[in-house]
Design a protein around this ligand. Sequence first.
Ligand code: URA
Length: 242
Amino acid sequence: MTEKTKRLDKFLTEMTDLTRTQAKEAARKGRITVNGTVVRKTDGKISPETDTVTLDGREIRYTRFEYYMLNKPQGVVSATEDGRYPTAVELITGRQRKDLFPAGRLDLDTEGLLLITNDGDLAHRLLSPKKHVDKVYYLHFQGMLPSDAEQTFQDGIILEDGTKTRPADLTILSSDKNGGKARLTIREGKYHQVKRMLEACGCRVTYLKRLSMGSLSLDEQLKPGEYRPLTELEIKQLKGES
Ligand code: URA
């Protein structure tokens, strides 16, 4: 779908670091052109996908939606702004738009797949509790899981606040009396859900990494802190169009 028209000030605030007031001021000073003509007011409409807009002689390319896969490292918050920690959005240094946000959240000490986008509809579809999108995690735990843990996770775990989780697929990859490694697929997004599920079984998660979300799998080439744009196919598959 193409976007027909947009106010020039909105275009400028979305695609540059200018605030609306700064954009207005830049236009007043003759720093902005639309299709080669200096435009001194920013309240008019442009066609973002076909008009050529420049600021100080430099073309501002329009991108409506951006989609990035980030391998979130530990110590980074799933947020757009934070006073204490670096944010996931700040790691997307090649972004064009200012309105990117993480679609979902991972804890400060969790690594792995985080989708960063400005496509609110897609984020809603992936995160809506009604959609039950699969989220797959790899984890290390301390403690001993009961021998019937895989079945217990399938039946639903009663968390410490009395709520019951939906069926989850636990595969224990290795374990001994001190702990082990496992893969867990959940279909909801309760706060600290994986850690709380393991705690309810007397164990403690010591390492957690998200491997996939719906059709989107973490690219194994990406080291923690690295990111890449999604491919057209990945975007289509996420939207359920392929
Ligand atoms: N579950 C957790 O406990 N933490 C996360 O970061 C994600 C899922």
